[in-house]
Design a protein around this ligand. Structure first.
Ligand code: ZN
Ligand code: ZN
Ligand code: ZN
Length: 253
């Protein structure tokens, strides 16, 4: 399985507009973060998690040519506002399967009303095939690629974390329910939310993310959704050996 981090930044991205902090002014490419998204390639399938607000730029910079499906974690702007940029894939390959939970679909249908209740037909609308994921109900994209959606809590909002075989992606959360904890054990790689150094109402911070990693014991963990309080080189010293900050365009095999 090959994972590509398309973006690893919090909702504002890093640098943050107008900010003169050390991270935002840093020349280190590891401190430059587009909004979070990940690409999974396995068994001949290419799956995107979230159409981030930076999706077009992310797809161009990794030279993305094909997608088999899109999974949505939740309907916040940073995670879904690139949805319309699926159109070039529709033009080439036809309609695209998009997977999200019922709550996210309600918001997606409202925000992207022009897609689901079009006022005209033709003329470049995204062509999406909606699928609703159900907590802990696994499905397969191929014989060797099983996906399990699992609920995590983002402040009060239920968000979907996805497990793909021995890899799991869990962003935008402040709490992991017990049944999802059980679903996140025995992982080779866990990608986990970590918005920054300070406590946060709707996200894990560094201390709480490391506590979950300690309990779940994945072989390796990557922290994502990072804000500008995290400076890659300075703060990597705070991490245990099996944990690192995710970096845009980092590939994990
Ligand atoms: Zn987010
Ligand atoms: Zn800053
Ligand atoms: Zn969010």
């Amino acid at each position: 399985m090959k994972l590509t981090f398309l973006g690893t930044g919090t909702s504002t991205g890093v640098p943050s507009i107008g900010c003169d902090c050390e991270t935002c002014l840093s020349d280190d490419f590891r401190n430059k973060r587009l909004r979070v998204s990940i690409l999974i390639e396995h068994d001949g399938k290419t799956i995107l998690v979230d159409t981030s607000i930076d999706f077009r730029q992310q797809a161009l910079r990794v030279k993305l040519k094909h997608l088999d499906a899109v999974l949505i974690t939740h309907c916040h702007v940073d995670h879904v506002f690139g949805l319309d940029d699926l159109r070039p894939f529709n033009f080439r390959y036809g309609a695209m399967g998009v997977y999200a939970n019922e709550i996210a679909w309600k918001d997606l249908r409202r925000i992207f009303q022009y897609v689901f209740e079009p006022s005209h037909f033709g003329g470049g609308l995204p062509q999406l095939i909606p699928h609703t994921v159900v907590n802990h109900s696994s499905f397969c994209f191929s014989e060797n690629l099983t996906v399990t959606p699992m609920e995590v809590i983002h402040g009060k909002l239920p968000v979907v974390a996805y497990r793909f075989n021995d890899f799991a992606y869990a962003t935008d959360l402040s709490f992991i329910p017990e049944d999802t904890m059980d679903g996140l054990r025995d992982l080779d790689v866990l990608v986990l939310d970590c918005v920054g150094l300070k406590l946060h109402a709707t996200h894990l911070n560094l201390d709480s993310a490391l506590e979950y990693i300690e309990k779940l014991k994945p072989k390796r963990a990557f922290l994502t959704h990072l804000n500008h309080s995290i400076m890659y080189e300075r703060d990597s010293k705070l991490l245990p050996d099996n944990v690192q900050f995710a970096v845009d365009e980092l590939i994990v095999e």
